[in-house]
Design a protein around this ligand. Sequence first.
Ligand SMILES: Cc1ncc(COP(=O)(O)O)c(C=O)c1O
Length: 423
Amino acid sequence: MVARRSSVDRRPRLAIFAASRAEAHQVADHYPPMHAESDMTKPNARPTRAEFSSGPCAKRPGWSLEALSGAALGRSHRSGIGKSRLGEVIARSRAILGLPADYRLGIVPGSDTGAFEMAMWSLLGARGVDLLAWESFGAAWVTDAVKQLKLPDVRKLDADYGHLPDLSAVDPARDVVFTWNGTTSGVRVANGDWIATDREGLTLCDATSAVFAMDIPWDRIDVATWSWQKVLGGEAAHGMLVLSPRAVARLESHQPPWPMPKVFRLTKGGKLVDGIFAGETINTPSLLATEDALDGLRWAESVGGLPGLIARSEANLRTIAEWVAESDWAGFLAEVPATRSSTSICLKIVDPWFLALDDGARKSVPKRLAKLLEDEGVAFDINGYRDAPPGLRIWGGATVETADVAALLPWLDWAYAAIKADA
Ligand SMILES: Cc1ncc(COP(=O)(O)O)c(C=O)c1O
């Protein structure tokens, strides 16, 4: 029995598992479908853009290399033009996100990881810290706090893939480290209501797959970080670091006991290095990536700024949710609907046939499904994260067109049924 909404091409398996798209077409032409009208027919419509990777993510619609033709290439990042481009990234990001006027925003080395580790290394240790983790990126920050920084007073609040930890257990007297959207489990915090506005501790939030697609309540956030290659589809290179006035006060009053590498240094002589938050980067940035970040930000403005970006991402989630509701083989990895990510949309397989397979076979199903769709040219990079339960992960951030998500869904049914039929 194939899944209810699934459709499978009844041509020989050779066609279905052909090594390349071209080969698949050749074989397919040779063996016309036996039951063209059946639910096992290969879908006709293909997504216009097949990029559904969760990072680097799809470029904005209509992007081409031409968009970078104005880049200040070969110029110093400390020149007027270099500094103004970097400053423009900061200014446009601030405006789109509605950052409070007294919050700082800087461009730092090392993508999101660089930005977040810089914050952890610079700020933690002044008081106890609650470390929240519910998937692999959050777990990596826990490891760093415990094994690298060796912080003496930590509480680990964690949960398995698909769930959130008990957010009500977070102590506002302590610092808290968390990831707004768990990219590898597709579980996000529904809102920031669990964070006290009169907290004594600082909140350090890895917001890389949330920012520009989700509403972040800045009054509850002291540190936020992200990279350029996620929701706005920029080129990977640099990290963005937000600091609240209370985070700045901590930086200027707390001297960590460990050595601080130059790329992490946010203060000099006990004072914040203001230039970092005005486009004077710690070390040399890519002005090509900077131009691309600007292109993404201008596009974000053209689709209605933050509300427009959120609406685009939510429409992608809704489209998948409607399909999941009808599917008898796919379900959300995130158990609670309000915690379902609209960017890294993670699906598990709930079909009893699949659940009865052994671990190795279970892992291989989404892998083969992703490969099949990659060979068809309809979906790239949709296998779930390697440490997550076997499943699919479809990026639904703002640069992905809802029509492309809709066009992908019949292909998922087709590919799943093809693999099941081949088992
Ligand atoms: C939640 C989260 N944190 C950190 C990272 C690492 O980011 P980067 O590769 O930009 O350093 C990622 C990448 O996907 C992520 O999704």
